[in-house]
Ligand binder design. Structure first.
Ligand SMILES: Nc1ncnc2c1ncn2[C@@H]1O[C@H](COP(=O)(O)OP(=O)(O)OP(=O)(O)O)[C@@H](O)[C@H]1O
Ligand SMILES: [Mg+2]
Length: 312
């Protein structure tokens, strides 16, 4: 694994390493549709190869600890370019923990420790000399609860480019582009100087997505981005994710299996198992598969139990 020299901006590398997948079939599951109504995939015509041919990011033997607590065990995942990957599983299985490792957000959690590697275009983002701020500029994040800054709509978008020192010739144009990209422009174009707090929850979440894309990341991480939204706002954000896939790579944590089935190309199912000595529950990846396969013909009995509502 090569390490970028300190001066290299994370993001300019070449892909390296082959995809690795955790989870092997541990029980035979009969083929056929699993019961819940999972809706239809966003684009039934879309063809997704069995393995990501061009992984933007990989987690390699990723283990995460909070102090002595082993929260996540040996996760191997490969995230395809211009794909949406969903991370699903019961509460406490480590979805948010894994997601936060993908842009070094866990650095900000006291006591959190990461073992293994997370690569971005083949570079280990945890290698010495890598600037976590640069990592987060390339790999942006949208949180569960819309969290606009107490600023105007315009300044929410302009903030990131300003503080990261992005060279911007025309900030107005960049603000418009980001708001259009997040399907919010038409709703806010006449009130850009008004406080972002005046927007509805769904608009605030799209504003946060616009704020994220304003710094032109390549990857967008989303942790339950719709859990605070009503069904109409959720549907708008889902449509937005699908349209953003054209330009971005998206990794989303969701408790909503219909949402995973509707928007994602691949799904990773996690669960938690009690440690034999301590009894603490450690998260692990059970199965990573094409969404269409995972929801209709999973390889692992635990996946089937979860998606059919028998567990979790
Ligand atoms: N800051 C922290 N300090 C200590 N333990 C933590 C911390 N954050 C998470 N954990 C623990 O790590 C494990 C995984 O938590 P995580 O939040 O990643 O789960 P999750 O799958 O996202 O759950 P949920 O679906 O409820 O959001 C849990 O046992 C949790 O209690
Ligand atoms: Mg979580």
């Amino acid at each position: 694994m090569s390490t970028p020299p300190a001066s290299v901006t994370i993001g300019a590398g070449t892909n390296a390493g082959s995809p690795q997948f955790a989870g092997s079939p541990s029980g035979s599951v009969e083929s056929g549709s699993i019961s819940p109504d999972l809706g239809t995939l966003s684009d039934p015509e879309r063809v997704v190869p069995d393995l990501p041919p061009d992984p933007v990011m990989e987690a390699l033997d990723l283990n995460v600890y909070y102090g002595d607590f082993h929260a996540v065990h040996d996760v191997n995942l490969s995230f395809g370019k211009h794909e949406i990957t969903a991370l699903i599983g019961p509460s406490g299985c480590g979805k948010s923990t894994v997601l936060r490792c993908l842009n070094r957000m866990n650095d900000l959690v006291p006591g959190a420790r990461v073992k293994g590697e997370v690569t971005y275009h083949g570079y280990d983002i945890y290698a010495r000399g890598v600037d976590p701020i640069a990592v987060r500029t390339n790999i942006g994040m949208v949180f569960q609860k819309p969290n606009p800054f107490p600023k105007s709509i315009y300044d929410n978008i302009a903030y990131g480019p300003r503080v990261t020192g992005m060279k911007v010739d025309d900030m107005d144009a960049l603000v418009e582009e980001a708001l259009r990209g997040a399907a919010l422009w038409d709703e806010v174009k006449d009130k850009l100087k008004q406080s972002a707090y005046g927007l509805s929850g769904g608009q605030q979440q799209r504003l946060c997505i616009a704020r994220t894309i304003a710094t032109k990341p390549e990857v967008i991480l989303m942790d339950e981005p719709c859990s605070a939204l009503d069904p109409i706002a959720t549907s708008r954000v889902e449509d937005l994710m699908v349209s953003l896939r054209e330009e971005y790579t998206i990794i989303i944590v969701t408790h909503n299996m219909q949402q995973a089935a509707r928007v994602s190309d691949r799904t990773a199912f996690f669960t938690a198992r009690p440690d034999e000595t301590t009894g603490n529950r450690t998260g692990l990846l059970v199965e990573y598969n094409l969404t269409s396969k995972l929801f209709t013909n999973p390889n692992d009995q635990r996946t089937e139990d979860y998606i059919s509502g028998r567990f979790g």
